[in-house]
Ligand binder design. Structure first.
Ligand code: ZN
Length: 121
């Protein structure tokens, strides 16, 4: 395997990893969106807006939890879309902040990572 073949293999492996993470994130978003719809539907039926009502407080908590999870999942999805572009441009392997290579283990664990571990902490 020459250098060009090796870099192509690396890029393809990274691309598969990003696509896998993207598919997982999309599944998560659709599951959260479904939970959100169910919650909204049940809230409409019971009309439990009163925060002093224990059920209303539970629903408010559940709403906050779901909307937080949804926002995080959508941010992840955007980061993965950027990772695809970065991969095509050849920037994927390098920290956006300091330009040093990002440890392969870090990219394996977090395909959407844009910074090296030093800059992330
Ligand atoms: Zn860095």
């Amino acid at each position: 395997m020459d250098d060009r073949e090796r870099s192509t293999a690396l890029r393809e492996a990274a691309s598969r990893q990003i696509q896998r993470a993207r598919a997982e994130t999309l599944r998560l978003i659709s599951s959260l969106a479904r939970q959100w719809d169910e919650l909204v539907a049940s809230t409409d039926l019971s009309n439990a807006d009163d925060e002093h009502d224990p059920e209303g407080a539970t629903i408010a908590f559940e709403r906050a939890r779901l909307s937080g999870s949804l926002a995080r999942a959508r941010t992840d999805l955007e980061a993965l879309d950027r990772a695809v572009i970065r991969l095509e441009a050849g920037d994927y392997w390098f920290c956006e902040r300091c330009g040093q290579p990002i440890a392969p283990a870090r990219l394996d664990a977090r395909p959407a990572a844009r910074t090296c571990i030093t800059c992330a902490t």
